[in-house]
Ligand binder design. Sequence first.
Ligand code: ATP
Length: 344
Amino acid sequence: MSGLNLNNVTKQFGTFTAVNDVSLSVPDGTFVCLLGPSGCGKTTLMRMIAGLDLPTHGSINLAGHDITEVPTHKRELGMVFQSLALFPHLTVGENIAYSLRIRGVGKEEQKKRVDELLAMIHLPGFADRSVSKLSGGQRQRVAIARALAISPKLFLLDEPLSALDAKLREAMQVELRQLQQRLGITTIVVTHDQREAMTMADTVVVMNGGEIRQAAPPVEIYRRPADSFVADFIGQTNLIPFSVDGAGRATVLGEAVEGLSVSQGAKGMLSVRPEDVQLTAPGHGAITGTVSFVRDLGGAIETFVEAGGQQIVAVSSPRNRPEVTVGQSVGIRLDPETSVVLAK
Ligand code: ATP
């Protein structure tokens, strides 16, 4: 079996379970982001993939070999971890060539590889520069080049961009994704930043409480969240309770709504993205509410509506600005196509 495979991996610290029975297949050449709130177990899972921690149960396979107990330095990994800072007393070139030198690669070959890698990270001619003279973004690029010097089987990055300011972080996300696509290297990134995950990943793995809640392409995670945790964690959403009576009639916020694909007697939550909430004249929508606040963000208008004791947010583009004022009564129409039914 090729790629990386995690089979029922569990990690316990004493009686506390940090990672609980996680199974995941990462095909060769794909980019996976482990995403979740603080303490959900993503770093612990990454440390086991890196060989820095041993699973309590389960196994890890890489390219068809069981590597569960193989030490880190024999796994042929490229790692960019926060704890692995650049060596301050070495130049950029010496930092990048470090793992080549300890593997006994010749001087000429080292230089050739360093030049190749510097070109790849858009820092040609930087080999003799002191790392203390680099900006934060340049430093992170050098750390990436250093990790890629040995052409690793697997590229692991733990919060690689979190120390950078927002603008640079966004630019580096695109750069990192393009680099990964060019090299076709299997890559796993830990992040708590959903935008970062959505920008870079083929597969976003959403974790909570040590478990995988959903592993899917970014658009599917956004459009078809598996449960209310994922729906709420990824982007903004309206979680609206619904119930269905014995005759199959659905009630949402006290009003009958038609067209939802729900089964008789069901109870749960609808996840409706703000851009999918349609505001209409009262009486024309299925639910009636009162506008409580309008926020004009320039690129988008957010309209907050109180309905059935709950606040619902609708987002529109400035071109489709709803003609509403605070205190006005409006209708809310839910589109069955974009209302995701979640079990409670
Ligand atoms: P963050 O985004 O804050 O880094 P995370 O999702 O990476 O969080 P982990 O670092 O994997 O979370 O930690 C998961 C849980 O395991 C946390 O509750 C943490 O306190 C606990 N934990 C991690 N390492 C140890 C350890 N060595 N001993 C005991 N508990 C640990």
